[in-house]
Design a protein around this ligand. Structure first.
Ligand code: CMC
Length: 389
């Protein structure tokens, strides 16, 4: 019997494994609160509905980094800092230009963020005095990386960032090479607000785990991007759009109800549905649903919204499962002309604020994150020489 001296944990007798760490409370946090039963989400004291109606993404960044809203002067100062940090170091631009057209956008983003560590004069030193500036710098550069990659892979000139305007405005400008309209900017800004923070999701847990080893903020964000990329997490929004495009390929009269039932009959998961914490409609999804409905009408893609609602109703009646944030965000991004394989990158552009907020929170009260596993293999087997195996 091997008892842990500190906890009394007995590796041979441990009674219960929480698969996927479900229900385990690993930290206390001031960053966000989720009530999965009623569908409530709060960022540092403010309900997501209040923020969606009133805030800008930059105010949400400040909130997640400081646990309070900025005054006018502080907001202006943050805006200035974000703007001044938008440009990419030349090795990162060279890397982006060197990538293959078929490269996965999230893989390029992951590598480019990792490269930023090399060009930071502090070399990503683990020092609390540096974290805020590093968070601002990475947050400012992610949109530039995404837009530069998308233009480069399409054989277009990379558009330099503006020295004014919001994160949303500048991103759409760099992506399309022309200034966005007020509605497109507002839509993008709201999407950034809605995706900024969400408790102990897989990528935020990853970011905190890396932070807890006292590695650097770039490593933490790079690892978080890797976690977000998966289809069970942030990758779901691209997968949702691919599903809607499958329906589109069947023609405008495609039957989304039959399509969903057929997938369920094959035990396939329907992307954009289900959640570990929410057992009701995701509160972010309600805002995105409204946007999706309005935009699909405006852009003459009403069938996208109809199919989405048919899928939603089928999932409710067949499985009693509700949509998550990724479901309606897909058709929203599509309606404002963004290519589906960039959707998870846009999620990253927003969630960076939550990741870095958690990084700073973890660093301020750090302890190595090191759970245990129940060993279920054999022990002390006799050695067999290779030629006898
Ligand atoms: N389609 C069909 N069945 C589902 C779905 C779905 N999307 N989600 C859950 N279920 C079923 C699942 O098959 C299982 O049924 P049974 O008990 O009969 O085997 C039951 O519901 C519980 O599912 P689970 O996968 O064990 O639940 P989980 O808490 O481990 O996983 C989840 C949560 C989000 C990974 C899962 O719901 C899922 O795979 N959804 C699709 C991917 C997705 O949309 N991900 C985005 C998550 S939210 C935002 C984000 O993080 O980006």
């Amino acid at each position: 019997m091997s008892k842990d001296l500190h906890t009394g944990f007995d590796e041979t007798q441990y009674p219960h494994i929480n698969q996927g760490l479900a229900g385990i409370v690993a930290f206390s946090t001031t960053k966000s609160f989720i009530d999965g039963a009623v569908g409530e989400l709060i960022y540092a004291g403010y309900n997501i509905d209040t923020l969606a109606e009133n805030a800008t993404f930059e105010e949400v960044c400040f909130l997640l980094w400081n646990d309070r809203l900025p005054n006018a002067e502080e907001l202006e100062s943050l805006n200035k800092s974000l703007i001044s940090e938008r440009e990419l170091p030349s090795p990162v631009i060279d890397y982006i230009k060197s990538t293959d057209k078929s490269a996965e956008p999230m893989a390029v983003l992951r590598t480019a963020v990792s490269m930023l560590a090399d060009t930071d004069p502090t070399k990503g030193k683990f020092d609390e005095a540096l974290f805020m500036d590093q968070a601002i710098s990475i947050t400012a550069k992610i949109p530039t990386i995404i837009a530069a990659f998308d233009r480069s892979r399409k054989g277009k000139d990379i558009v330099a960032p503006l020295s004014s305007g919001s994160t949303a405005f500048n991103f759409l400008y760099m992506l399309n090479g022309e200034e966005p309209g007020t509605q497109a900017e507002k839509t993008m800004d709201l999407c950034l607000i809605l995706h900024a923070e969400h408790g102990m999701n897989a990528s935020t847990f990853t970011a905190r785990t890396v932070c807890a080893t006292m590695s650097d903020i770039y490593s933490s964000v790079t690892a978080a991007i890797g976690a977000l990329k998966g289809p069970l997490h942030g990758g779901a929004n691209t997968a949702v759009m691919n599903t809607l495009l499958e329906l589109e390929a069947e023609g405008k009269d495609a039957d989304a109800v039959a399509f969903t039932k057929a997938k369920l009959a094959k035990k396939e998961k329907i992307m954009g549905f289900g959640h570990r914490v929410y057992k009701t409609f995701d509160p972010r999804g309600r805002h995105l649903q409204k946007m999706s409905e309005a935009l699909s009408k405006e852009t003459g893609h009403e069938e996208l919204y109809k199919w989405s609602m048919d899928m939603l109703n089928t999932m409710k009646s067949e499985k009693n499962i509700d949509p998550n944030v990724d479901f309606f965000s897909a058709s929203v991004y599509y309606s404002i002309g963004i290519q589906p394989d960039l959707y998870t990158c846009i999620f990253t552009m927003s969630r960076i604020s939550g990741w870095t907020g958690h990084f700073m929170e973890q660093a301020a009260n750090n302890r190595l994150i090191r759970p245990r596993a129940l060993y279920v293999g054999e022990k002390n087997l006799p050695w067999t020489p290779v030629e006898e195996r």
